[in-house]
Design a protein around this ligand. Structure first.
Ligand code: AKG
Length: 271
């Protein structure tokens, strides 16, 4: 059987820290996800659409929030458990996989927030630190509307750079990397059509420009870790500084493939 992530794509991910697979979602699935997005936005009129944290956690049919300030929609959980996406991610992380997060980044036309250059590892309680994000486009994601951009190869040293805290309300995230020593000329804008996705490594320096165009831009970031790592609920690496209302202590985990290799992951809390 042809693998869903081809060997040249795996090699690209290993070398550059990101890849856009040839695999993509079909039109019908994208259509269903667009309806789920409409529902998510309807359920959360008071939440900035760039900050739809844990959008996959639906409680009581969406009538109550998920403990992180968002009324989720179950269709996004189905996406995170989608066999084909899980197999794509398994090609880079291995066959024992935990889905631990899902964030819908919807940037409205004309006034979509910037996502500053950052690394995710600073504020995630995963030890050893490891995660692959599958960023699935539900709408065209282009230079004009603030597509995801990465510093290609910035994952290679497997190190975290210092970040500055920014006290601003017009950002997706209040952390910006201190970019001394980072080769910004390696920046790549990842343009995607609806149904396409990119994968990026947890050490990747990435961000996205503000959306000042007339076209909305939405991606679903699905976060997977290998089960050889522990999701350590006692850690609070974010210290409330990211501008996002995350609650890792209560965050539910799903084993989406294989077994829990480290043996300590808790698949009960939060469910
Ligand atoms: O879509 C964006 O604007 C940012 C996405 C991001 O930072 C992530 O997926 O980790």
């Amino acid at each position: 059987m042809t693998p869903l992530l081809h060997s040249d794509e795996v090699a690209h991910y290993r070398r550059h820290g990101w890849v856009v697979p040839r695999f993509r979602l079909g039109v019908d699935q994208v259509g269903r996800l667009r309806e789920a997005l409409d529902e998510l936005l309807r359920r959360n009129p008071g939440v900035r659409p760039e900050k739809l944290v844990s959008a996959h956690i639906e409680r009581d049919g969406g009538r109550v929030d998920n403990g992180e300030g968002v009324r989720g929609v179950a269709e996004f959980l189905a996406l995170g458990r989608d066999r084909q996406i899980v197999d794509v991610v398994a090609a880079v992380l291995g066959d024992d996989l935990v889905l631990w997060g899902c964030h819908v980044f919807c940037k409205p036309a004309l006034q979509g927030y910037e996502t500053p250059w950052h690394q995710d590892g600073h504020y995630w309680p995963i030890r050893p630190l490891a995660t692959c994000t599958a960023w699935v486009a539900l709408e065209p994601s282009t230079r004009a509307n603030g597509c995801l951009r990465v510093i290609s190869g910035s994952q290679r040293e497997q190190r975290l750079w210092p970040h500055l805290h920014e006290d601003r309300s017009d950002l997706t995230l209040n952390q910006r990397i201190v970019d001394d020593g980072i080769d910004m000329s390696k920046s790549v804008e990842i343009e995607l059509e609806p149904g396409q996705m990119s994968l990026h490594d947890v050490y990747m320096v990435h961000g996205a420009a503000a959306n000042t165009s007339a076209q909305r831009r939405t991606g679903v970031a699905l976060r997977y870790m290998p089960s050889t790592s522990l999701f350590d609920r006692s850690l609070r690496p974010a210290q409330g500084k990211t501008g996002l209302a995350v609650d890792f202590a209560q965050r539910p985990l799903w084993l989406v493939k294989g077994v829990d290799r480290c043996g300590g992951n808790d698949f009960v809390t939060g469910h």
